[in-house]
Design a protein around this ligand. Structure first.
Ligand code: SF4
Length: 384
């Protein structure tokens, strides 16, 4: 691409660096936030591979401005932090910049966030203005994920849902108290939570299809896994949340939290595993194997921990179990459970090889917790 076409705005994109690196935007957040894993170099640091509903895509993760009037304790863009180089775009400029690099084939989608200047509603106008220009002026039909600002108005939320494929509102804390400890100028019950309720209502009443996600900063202010998963479960079951993202706290210099310890990615990995059990496997928060600290054990998959406790003496009979019971077996996910149910209409399943053919990848993991026509599946493995 000839970057000389729009030198100033592209240069500004370079200044954004990977400003939104801690904000996963796609469907595989663990892969997106696994900072230690080497990634193939991108032409700009703010371009990231993101899993979208229509497959993985290179996405521009941009901000309208990296200036902010708020002072969230964990954030590199907080007001007064002079280590941050502030970069701002007008809607025209951002739309043109995106259009240019999209036509050059560098990106196939846009994730657009912003620091807050002159309040959430004015900032939201700039985000919406960019999306309007892209959709109307440039005729762009591709993927857009828009951030909803704290304090955005109802009509702005509606417009964002009309323009975008996905919207996000970051609760940051699992409760109002945790949010207050993380971000004293954000108001959980007035600025954030009601917007999630509006989105749920707009999806229901106006059939707007944009999905909604949220994000939690994990481990900076004593938050527990139980709190985080309890709130996530409520959002999944009551408000139709598509995904909760868990971001391991990492201290940023020149912030009030600069001396706090960073949180291990293993913790957020276990939180993702548990949240998928809540969202996709019909589990309730009470099923999860919390320690007395109200956190999950770090050294074992929560599903495996539950099976060790509950299925060793009462393995699941694959030929008679309900779907929900099959989903309790480590290694059996929704697709494999459905394949087993379909297969059972025609024949009994007696062999581990049969289960492999139905999609069970890790037979070693599943075998101790299953019966095949009354026989312990584990016995078949010992014959190999
Ligand atoms: S409002 Fe957003 S950009 Fe501003 S300090 Fe808080 S987290 Fe950072």
């Amino acid at each position: 691409m000839n970057f000389r076409m729009v030198p100033d705005s592209i240069q500004k994109l370079s200044l954004l660096e990977d400003a939104t690196q801690f904000e996963p935007a796609g469907d595989q957040p663990m892969a997106e936030t696994a900072g230690a894993q080497p990634r193939p170099p991108k032409p700009l640091p703010c371009i990231a591979d993101v899993s979208t509903p229509s497959g993985p895509k290179p996405i521009l993760k941009a901000m309208m401005t990296t200036a902010c009037e708020r002072n969230c304790f964990y954030c590199p863009f907080r007001a007064g932090r002079n280590k941050t180089q502030r970069v701002s775009y007008t809607p025209d400029e951002m739309a043109k910049t995106y259009d240019t690099i999209q036509r050059a084939g560098l990106v196939e989608g846009l994730f657009l966030s912003s620091g807050i200047i002159k309040g959430g509603a004015q900032t939201q106008d700039k985000i919406l203005g960019t999306a309007e220009i892209l959709r109307k002026q440039y005729g762009y039909r591709g993927y857009i994920h828009l951030k909803i600002m704290p304090g955005a108005e109802y009509d702005q939320v509606r417009r964002a849902m009309q323009l975008a494929d996905r919207v996000s509102i970051n609760l940051e804390g699992a409760t109002a108290e945790r949010l207050a400890a993380l971000a004293p100028k954000k108001d959980y019950w007035n600025e954030l939570f009601p917007r999630l309720q509006w989105i749920s209502r707009l999806r229901r009443e106006e059939a707007l299809r944009a999905s909604v996600v949220t994000q939690f900063v994990v481990g900076a202010v004593g938050d527990t896994d139980l709190e985080l998963l309890h709130t996530s479960d409520h959002l999944y079951t009551q408000l139709g949340l598509r995904r909760a993202y868990f971001i391991a706290f990492n201290p940023v210099s020149q912030t009030p939290f600069e001396h706090l310890a960073s949180v291990s990615h293993q913790r957020t990995f276990r939180l993702y595993q548990a949240s998928f059990l809540l969202r996709d496997y019909g589990w309730s928060v009470e099923d999860l194997p919390f320690l007395s600290s109200a956190n999950l054990p770090l050294d074992v998959d929560p599903k495996l921990a539950w099976a060790q406790e509950n299925l060793r003496e009462a393995p699941v009979e694959v030929n008679r179990a309900e779907r929900s019971e099959l989903l309790r077996v480590p290694g059996i996910g929704p697709k494999t459970a459905d394949a087993i149910l379909r297969e059972r209409r025609h024949r009994h399943i007696r062999e581990m090889g049969h289960l492999r053919a139905l999609g069970l990848r890790d037979v070693q993991k599943a075998a101790p917790y299953m019966l095949l026509d009354g026989n312990l599946a584990q016995r078949q493995l010992s014959l190999f």
